[in-house]
Ligand binder design. Structure first.
Ligand SMILES: Nc1nc2c(ncn2[C@@H]2O[C@H](COP(=O)(O)OP(=O)(O)OP(=O)(O)O)[C@@H](O)[C@H]2O)c(=O)[nH]1
Ligand SMILES: [Zn+2]
Length: 202
């Protein structure tokens, strides 16, 4: 496996002090991060999230998607629980990278939806791989999870990696007028479970 653990430090946040564990994927050069909160017990199901990088949503306050809202809600939920984890995976733009995501946004500004834009650029709708999660979870001591996600592919990816998903917890936050059709496309074309959202033309 090409995932190499590098170092651990404290990460103070508005919700509490996390521990931040850095990993290097020596095959791709990608630098991934695992956050943990509290003392993790590998025998217990752990509240957590697998979060894919979204520079625009996570760091630049974009309202085009729900990523930043989900990131904050997940970190807050984990801190309130007193125990849990978040894997921050550097697979920007569902794996196509930042500049290609901006190309995809350009096509979306001209009328394509999020899936059509990827396809027009010659990519699959979702290019993410999840082979880094098992070594990362092994290192931080997680074997069973209560996973905060609306994405059934993440649940399958975890199960395929041998991690027991004891529960899927919906994470439906941040809907606004700029991301409503994006969220709807995720629900109708990418299979996301968005039951708590109601879309305008339904
Ligand atoms: N190609 C592309 N990627 C996007 C677009 N909008 C957001 N993304 C990326 O989609 C990914 C969303 O990842 P996550 O927050 O883990 O969410 P998810 O896989 O939809 O599943 P949840 O766990 O339900 O949030 C990030 O990598 C974003 O950069 C878009 O319009 N096009
Ligand atoms: Zn996003």
């Amino acid at each position: 496996m090409s995932i190499k653990y590098i170092a651990t430090s404290k990460l103070p946040t508005p919700w509490g002090v996390f521990a931040m564990h850095g990993f290097e994927d020596t095959a791709t050069g990608k630098e991934h991060v695992a956050l943990t909160f509290g003392q993790l017990d590998p025998t217990q199901p752990m509240l957590g999230r697998i979060h894919s990088e979204c520079l625009t949503g996570d760091a630049l306050f974009s309202l085009r998607c729900d990523c930043g809202f989900q990131l904050q809600a997940a970190m807050q939920n984990v801190a309130e629980k007193g125990q849990g984890f978040l894997l921050y995976l550097r697979q920007e733009g569902r794996g196509i990278g930042l500049l290609n995501k901006i190309r995809a946004y350009e096509l979306q500004d001209a009328g394509a939806n999020t899936v059509e834009a990827n396809l027009q650029l010659g990519f699959e709708a979702d290019m993410r791989k999840y082979d880094m999660i098992l070594p990362m979870l092994e290192k931080i001591g997680v074997t069973k999870v209560r996973l905060m996600t609306n994405n059934p592919r993440k649940v399958t990816a975890m199960q395929d990696a041998g991690i027991e998903v004891v529960e899927r917890i919906p994470l439906q936050v941040g809907k606004n007028r700029y991301n409503e059709s994006y969220l709807k496309t995720k629900s109708t074309e990418l299979g996301h479970m968005m039951s708590e959202y109601h879309f305008h033309d339904e």
